[in-house]
Design a protein around this ligand. Structure first.
Ligand code: ADP
Ligand code: MG
Length: 328
């Protein structure tokens, strides 16, 4: 008897069981297929995950197995793979989340940060994620933009369930489809404004999809500054260049985490005006994270986050002009 049964831990048994369930689910899905031209694969959730950190680790293992199996088909073939037993409406929603959770594990301790997020967002909207410091805004933004991964739940962005993409496919996804603006502008210091924007353009994997750089600098009101280096520009100007860089690949979604956090009022308003203009003129879906309720007034959709859950989702038929909002 080489490996006795007694050596097999409960967890290992669980894992074997999970592997079998993945197999069975795959067979079950063969009959599910095609709905509105998409391949739908609905994975039944194993019912007997344990409680606490142990169960979380089992879930992670299950997620990993599904990732290995489906990541490529999700990204390259547009397969719709769900693990929460429902069908997302991907013709209507550019973003759809189902029971999304994010926890950190240290030793035997689980720290939940996102505690069950359900949300559906429409293409072309100007969305603000609003909430106090520490409420989970950045974690949420990172998960819907493919910078970070949910512990549990489905995260459909432009049809792909990001929860089941492996890291290299997530990188591909980001390159193809999303642009980022951060509080710190992160420009390359030895490149001019124009060259920084060209870096963004070159990252786009679909050639010819990008926007003409000249046109972008026109839009951000910086045609005269195109050949300046970052140290020759104000913070606000640098932030506008970082928007130019994000736009250069003509992203489907533009994500901005506290984009005015380091700017004074005048420059802050200008940056918001540009984001509104991008949303209006290019129909880019824009998602801005802020802790400032005044900034939320410029959005047509506001997601209120508190303590890791969505408190309220508001639609605003008459978004305010960034020129008119209070700034305090
Ligand atoms: P916000 O952007 O709203 O200020 P974050 O999403 O950055 O909030 O953080 C939400 C919570 O998650 C905070 O309590 C933070 O301490 C915690 N958190 C964020 N990242 C980690 C991490 N890597 N490990 C442990 N806890 C984290
Ligand atoms: Mg944050």
């Amino acid at each position: 008897m080489a490996k006795s049964k007694t050596n097999e831990t409960v967890v290992e048994k669980q894992h074997a069981k999970v592997a079998k369930e993945v197999q069975q689910a795959t067979k079950a899905m063969e009959s599910e297929k095609t709905l509105g031209g998409r391949e739908y694969i609905i994975i039944p959730k194993p019912a007997d995950f344990e409680k606490g950190v142990k169960g979380l680790k089992q879930k992670q293992k299950f997620q990993k197995q599904l990732t290995a199996k489906y990541s490529k088909d999700i990204l390259e073939k547009g397969y719709v793979v769900t693990t929460e037993n429902y069908k997302p409406n991907l013709d209507k929603h550019i973003i759809e989340l189902k029971d999304v959770r994010k926890s950190y594990i240290t030793g035997d301790l689980e720290t939940p940060v996102l505690k069950g997020i359900d949300v559906q967002l429409d293409k072309g909207d100007f969305i603000v994620i609003l909430g106090p410091s520490g409420s989970g805004k950045t974690t949420f933004l990172n998960i819907i933009s493919g910078l970070d991964k949910a512990t549990e739940g489905d995260v459909f962005i432009l049809g792909s369930n990001l929860t089941l993409l492996k890291d290299s496919h997530l990188t591909k996804f980001r390159r193809r489809t999303v642009g980022f603006v951060f509080q710190q502008y992160n420009l390359l210091t030895n490149l001019t404004a124009k060259e920084n924007a060209e870096v963004g353009e070159n990252l786009a994997s679909v050639k010819g999809k990008g926007m003409p750089i000249d046109e972008i600098f026109e839009t951000i009101g910086m045609k005269e500054q195109m050949h300046k280096y970052p140290h020759q520009m104000s913070g606000g100007q640098q932030q506008r260049v970082s928007i130019a860089r994000a736009l250069a690949k003509n992203p489907d979604i533009l994500f901005a985490d506290e984009p005015t956090g380091a700017l004074d009022e005048e420059m802050g308003r200008k940056v918001l005006e540009i984001l509104v203009k991008v949303n209006r003129e290019y129909k880019t879906t824009v998602i801005v994270v802020t802790h400032n309720p005044n900034i939320a007034k410029i959005a047509n959709t506001v997601i209120h986050i508190r303590n890791g859950v969505i408190d309220k989702l508001e639609h605003n038929a008459h978004p305010a002009d960034p020129k008119t909002i209070d700034w305090s």
